[in-house]
Structure formats: C-alpha cells, structure tokens
Design a protein around this ligand. Sequence first.
Ligand code: OXD
Ligand code: MN
Length: 583
Amino acid sequence: MTTSFLPLQRWVDDVASQTNPDSIYWCTGSEAEYEQLIEEMQTSGMLSALNQDHYPNCYLHLSDPTDVARVEHLTFICTQSEEEAGPNNNWMSPADGHAKIDALFEGAMRGRTMYVIPYCMGPIDSPYSRCGVEVTDSPYVVVNMKLMTRMGSAALERIERDGRFVKGQHSTGDLDPERRFIMHFPHELSIKSIGSGYGGNALLGKKCHALRIASVQAREEGWLAEHMLIMGLENPAGETHYIACAFPSACGKTNLAMLIPPDSLPGWKIWTLGDDIAWLHLDDEGRLRAINPESGYFGVVPGTNAHTNQNAFDMITHDTIFTNVARTADNEPWWEGKMVGEPAFDWQGRDFDPASGKAAHPNSRFTVAATNNPSYSKLADAPEGVPISAIVFGGRRARLAPLVYEARNWIHGVLVGASVGSETTAAAIGEVGVIRRDPMAMKPFCGYNFADYWAHWLSFPERTGKLPKIFHVNWFRQDEDGNFLWPGFGENLRVLRWIIDRCENRVGATETPVGYLPNDGDIDTSDLDISPDTMRALLSIDVEHWKTENKHFGDYLEGFGGRVPEALREEQQRVAAELEQSL
Ligand code: OXD
Ligand code: MN
C-alpha cells in the first residue's frame, strides 16, 4: 500500500531519504498485520509472551531502563516567538528545532524498517476527528498505535479525502537520553521525536498530537483539546449524564472512568468513553459535546486490583501489551498492589531482589483496546460525541482542597481549573510527591502560552449560554497522621451523584469565597464507615491556607505578564478579597 495523496507520499519519501531505512511498510491496521508484528517482535526479543493460559494474547515489553517515562525537559514547542509557547513550555525557534533534531535523524533508521501509520484521532466518520500519520522504526509503536487509535486503511482513506494530516516523525534512535528530543511545530502540523520508545514520547497520536498540536488547532478553530476522561453516569431511572474530568497524570483518571458503583448505590451504571483525552466542541444548539480521540488505554499498572479497579483488572487479563511490569515464576505479569501472586523477575528481567527496589516500575503500563473494558460505552464511537453536563477538575492535595466544591460560574471555574495543583507522580521524570502547579492538568500538554489558553477558555460564554457547570474534587485529603479521609474508588460515585444533582438543580449548597460546598448530609454516606466529623473535615475550608494559596496563584499569574486575561486576574482578586472578609 502507498497513497495517491502526493503531499503524504512526498513527505514519506523525504523522511526515508533522511533516515535511510532498509525498507518501508505501510500499515493497514489489519488483525493479521498485528499478529505478524507480535510474532516478529517475539523473535527479535522486543516482546515476550506471558502465560497464555491465564493471560491469552498478553505480551511483555521491557524498555531501556533509562526510557521509562515522558521527558518534559526534552519536550519543545517550536514557534516563531517564545511568547507564543509561553513560560509553561520549553521553546525553540522552528529553524533551530528542525536543525537540532534533523541532525539526529540522519541515517537513524539504517538497518531498520520504517513503518508508515495513518491514524485517525476520533471516530472515522466524526466531523470532530483529526488525522495524522506517524512514521516510526519501532514495531512496538505500531502495535501500541493499533490498540490506541483507529489506524490503517480507513484512516488513510479519510486523510486522502480531507487532504490534511499531522506529520509525526519518530525514531527510537540509539535511546541515548543525551540525544532524545520531542519537538512540536504547531504551525506546520508536525511532530519530530527521537531517542525514546516510551509511550507518551513515542505514540505520537496521544500527548503530542491529541493534546499539544490539537490544543493549538482547537484555539484557532474554537474548540478545546483537554487532558480529561469522559464518563457516563446512568442513574436507576435510566437517565445518563456525561462528565469530563481533568486530573494530573497518574491521579486515578483511569480508575474513575471505569468506576464500579458500590453495593449501596444499586441500579447505578457507569459507562466509559475515555480515560485520558477529550476533544470538546460546541454543537449547533450551543451545547458542549465531547469525543475521545483515542480508542484504547495506556494506563498505569501498579495499584490495579479487584478493589481499586475491577474493570481494568479484568480487561488486562487478555489481549494486552504490558510494559515494564514484573513476572511471577509461572510467567504471569505482576505489579505492586496486584494483591495476588508474587514476583520472581523484576521489570528489568532480573531475578527479583527487594533490595534492588520495586518489582514493577512505578510507571509500568498496560496498553489495551477500549473495547476490552467491561464498562465500554458504544457512544465512544458516536460521530457526534456526547453532551457534557459537568466539567470536573481535581488533583492530589493532602490538605487544601475539600472533597468537592462547585465553581460559582464559568469564569470562576476557569480560575479553579487554572489553579489546579497536585503532588507529582512517576508519570514523568522528576521528583515524586512535591506540589506542582498543573493548570487544567495541562502543564505538560498545552501547546501554547497558558495565558492565551485561559483567554480561550474565557471566550466560551460569549458563544453560548449552555455551558456545563464546573467542579473541583479531591479524593486525596489526609488527616494529621497522613491517613486518607475519603475511601475513594467506587465510593467516589457518591460525590459524582451530588455533582449531577447540582447540575439538575435538585440539591442546595453553601456559598463560600471559594465556591459552593455541599450542605451537611447532602453527600450520601449510608453504609460508609465515616463519621460526621470526618465528613466535616473533608468539606472544610482553611481560610488562612486558601489565602496563601490564592496569593501564590496570583504570583504565578505574574509570570505570564500582561498576556494574562484581565477577567482571570479580577476573579483571583475577588476570591482574595472575599477570603479577607470572611475572617
Ligand atoms: C499519561 C500521562 O500517560 O498523563 O496519560 O502521563
Ligand atoms: Mn494522561
């Protein structure tokens, strides 16, 4: 297969003459192709089969030990002016970016096959979907892209029809962290990534295209590309509400998206549309609708068990690619928090020795098609997406944020989203457990200046009066001894239920300077071992702490200079003044 679409053919030829692969293979996306690649990778040692009796069609890939997470310090946005990329991004000029990375691509695919992967982010027949083509020398990338996106012939046909696509050029290079870069050229609709085979750096449809490049396109075209899960909540009367939730990496988005209702909430059902990315558009009636551009999950494995996420636990027992997990003596995948079995070999393939650290890498992953998920919603394939009733922000905050609160209006909601902060996790290289600011959970993923991004968010009320309400949740609040106050997981549905009740005006709330809080008793705690005092602690606001936080956020805004939208500054100052008065 090649293409009749000349700009694509020319680009593929150009990449080939720069990188010198031994051969070029155009991916069709067929099952036979997937099986063939899996076979070849087992022969080359890139994959090994796991216990096929208990984990049919499951395979393990162990990556280079220096290549286990996204590398934000090596990720660049290349635009003419540095201001356009903003203080939230690493910047390089397009000329410098191309020159630096092109030198590394010279001859990089020698001795390898170059795979051409046409893919479509979103349902093939959706007007909201966008296509791309990734060329890569990694068969691991091809099989992951097959699980994560709609890739192959149908995507190529759409590209030939649309006449446009995002160009993604990837090579694992020599995996030397000194020669690793992920560069984005938003105005050329292109991405170049070299030196890493790891998920977010190498599966270019995901963070690079569906967030960094798409966020720029979304601003130009009037929509939003967000780091959000999409889920449907069906109540016992059969009404379904859809919500989109943004949390920083590894804060439980996958678990929330697949939540299993607790026994105490009979008749409720949860439907998963996506666990990581949402593209949000206004429809003809002015309602915000969401599609998930992906069609699979690249989830964090450690901590997945029958209690935390039964759906994920079941879904990864077949047709799954594991990366950097440990293995048991009978060749089953194993990870910390699995609760069954024990490790015999660690994530580097060595005999497991607790003295050498964890058995599975903390950022080990599963890649699996979304249709494997028992709570998969067929509407994930609906070209028109689903209407969104609420947007929910959240983070890991031991002390500050209450279990849930509602923003007063859209502008306040933008402030709530912009001030999201969270303790860092293993999803990116760097220190774990320190608080970092992660506006809208997009710090690593917004392809342009945050100040312009907030202005874009703030422009939505000019276009419609039907925007969803905005909320903030915190499942991670702790007491003085570091114990979590809220049980989390399935019980989070109790909080989501309050959110839906607020959207339907079925329940009141208490107004505070930081937003609306649930009234005593409005979050159903029946059958939960949680005292009224603990509930009060979970919903309390420490005014002094909030004043400090608000001030820090004001200082943070200063870093964006005169570009910060006035409405956002005013909102931050309004909250500051009200906190002052509330003493
Ligand atoms: C992810 C991330 O992999 O956010 O989804 O790091
Ligand atoms: Mn993510």
